[in-house]
Design a protein around this ligand. Structure first.
Ligand code: GUN
Length: 298
């Protein structure tokens, strides 16, 4: 029997989006300022273009100035850097995002570090990473996926996570590491696990909060979950399933949802959990960037 609460990221993202839309209208009316978001995408990766379209739709829905630049997969690093330089100097643009992954010949670090820290709505610049890890978040940009996960965790457990064990599975710069920093800042006791962790199920079983961000379909099963834990599933994996003899492709997370629900207090579904929150946090970061650029509170 399934006991857990389904954490509805889609609904929460829609509510937040309404608030951002209202705040954007107010910013325009009172200060003549319209938040501007530029999304740069290189090449034709279909999944990346789906994300790009979703970001554009949401940005326009919030009332932002939204621009998109699609560069050829074979474009040079100099071209990409020239475009970022132009956007860094464009007063109408407050947030810049270069969609990852990049084609192999482009250096991710050179490109992400060329974005002005004040327009780095992905939170990938070393200045923003340093601010987050040192706890100086007043004007830092926090990566969108962990920021969205944190809001969902706080909805269920409050803002003070003192005494709780949090286990983050995955050590990426985009999710695992910033997620651990946020949890630590909220006073959780944090463990980061990865492919070389010994007895991963045993470590996860001690967690009051589990964040799974490894990219392996259904890896975390119900027997890994501590009764009453809050489980956040960051994975978006496309798998093939057979329904009535027909092979179909479907999205699934890193957590086996049904079995986790038998044990956990609350679990995010895939799709409809973390994904919509990531996009709305990008809008929140862009609105914040616009406000901070005008000397207003972020
Ligand atoms: N590709 C997958 N997730 C992300 C993200 O959060 N930001 C960027 N720029 N690219 C991504």
């Amino acid at each position: 029997m399934s006991n857990a609460l389904r954490i509805d990221g889609k609904e929460k993202a829609a509510e937040m989006s309404e608030q951002i839309t209202a705040q954007t209208a107010e910013l325009l009316e009172k200060h003549g300022l319209q938040p501007g978001l530029a999304v740069v995408i290189i090449g034709e990766d279909p999944a990346s273009h789906v994300y790009r379209r979703n970001k554009k739709k949401r940005a326009e829905g919030c009332g932002f100035h939204s621009v998109q630049h699609t560069l050829d997969a074979g474009t040079t690093e100099a071209n990409v850097l020239a475009l970022i330089d132009e956007l860094n100097n464009d007063d109408k643009i407050h947030g810049i995002l270069v969609q990852l992954p990049l084609p192999d010949h482009l250096d991710e670090q050179t490109i992400t570090q060329s974005i002005s820290p004040g327009k780095d709505v992905d939170g990938f610049h070393f200045i923003n990473i340093g601010k987050l890890t040192s706890g100086n978040t007043a004007d830092a940009f926090v990566p969108c996926t962990p920021a969205g996960c944190m809001l969902m965790i706080q909805d269920h457990l409050g803002t003070n996570l003192s005494g709780l064990n949090a286990v983050v599975v995955g050590r990426s710069n985009i999710v695992g590491k910033p997620m651990a920093s946020l949890l630590l800042q909220a006073h959780a006791t944090v463990t980061i696990c990865h492919s070389r962790t010994k007895d991963l199920p045993g470590v996860v079983r001690r967690a009051d909060i589990v964040v799974a961000a490894v990219g392996r379909a259904n890896m975390v099963t119900g027997d890994w979950i501590k009764p009453g834990a809050v489980v956040i599933d960051v994975g978006i994996n496309r798998i093939e399933t057979t329904v009535d003899g027909e092979t179909k492709s479907k999205l699934t997370g890193d957590v086996e949802y049904e079995s986790a629900c038998e044990v956990a207090k609350a679990v995010t579904p895939v799709p409809g959990g973390v994904g919509p929150m990531t996009i709305v946090m990008l809008m929140a970061n862009t609105l914040r960037a616009a406000r901070l650029s005008a000397g207003l509170d972020g």
